[in-house]
Write a protein that binds this ligand. Structure first.
Ligand SMILES: CC(C)(COP(=O)(O)OP(=O)(O)OC[C@H]1O[C@@H](n2cnc3c(N)ncnc32)[C@H](O)[C@@H]1OP(=O)(O)O)[C@@H](O)C(=O)NCCC(=O)NCCS
Length: 185
């Protein structure tokens, strides 16, 4: 398949056009391993890993667009240390296991691409765009938490993340991958 031409846009979550949001949501559920069936549990799942990052404030939504309105993928992230924020208290590993690491790598992200746009370097572009935003805040680093045995670990390592810790959570072994962001000279 030919490589897709994409551009990356930072979009305000609350002002995101409905058509773009619907594509982001479809990509999110398609990329999730075992999303709950429609109902309150599915709504909570969406809120935890996607919806809370779309409320505005300092949170970041980056969209990779192929053409004007086809979403190839997205990245959502938060800039401040999640172990210190009440809104992330439901994700126990931040405080229980990784609080020392989140101090060093406070920003965190979630990234997903639509199937047909994977393995074309688009994800790396989203990561670099987020890194630029985090660097501008003066934060010393960013992190991602993923399954230790997941194929995407190689992707993050190629993007400069280093495995710093691991823990068991909901019967899965998770890896904490951190990337330092020294300020531009
Ligand atoms: C992980 C992901 C964001 C990387 O973006 P990308 O543009 O495809 O990445 P690149 O083209 O720069 O690099 C390719 C690497 O992406 C990862 N990747 C590609 N397809 C993947 C898939 N279906 N599942 C997991 N990782 C995948 C692999 O690490 C791959 O390297 P490999 O071929 O050596 O295994 C994207 O592939 C994706 O959305 N995958 C599925 C969902 C996912 O794993 N999201 C991250 C959750 S923590």
């Amino acid at each position: 398949m030919p490589l897709a031409q994409t551009s990356i846009a930072r979009v305000s979550g609350p002002q995101c056009p409905a058509g773009i949001l619907a594509q982001i949501e479809a990509i999110f559920f398609e990329a999730s391993a075992n999303p709950p069936a429609p109902g309150p549990e599915r709504d909570a799942f969406r809120e935890r890993w996607l919806g809370r990052y779309l409320q505005g404030g300092t949170d970041v939504l980056l969209v990779a667009l192929a053409g004007e309105d086809t979403v190839a993928g997205y990245l959502v992230g938060a800039l401040e240390d999640p172990a210190l924020q009440e809104r992330f208290a439901d994700i126990g590993y931040f405080r229980a296991d990784f609080a020392g690491l989140t101090r060093r790598y406070p920003a965190h992200l979630h990234i997903n691409l639509a199937k047909t746009f994977r393995s074309q370097g688009i994800g790396a572009g989203l990561i670099e765009a987020f890194a630029d935003i985090v660097r501008q805040t003066g934060a010393p680093g960013m992190h991602v938490v993923t399954g230790r045995a997941m194929r995407n670990v190689r992707f993050y390592q190629r993007c400069g993340f280093v495995a710093c810790g691991s823990t068991m959570w909901n019967c899965r072994e998770l890896a904490f991958l951190g990337r330092s962001l020294p300020p531009d000279c």
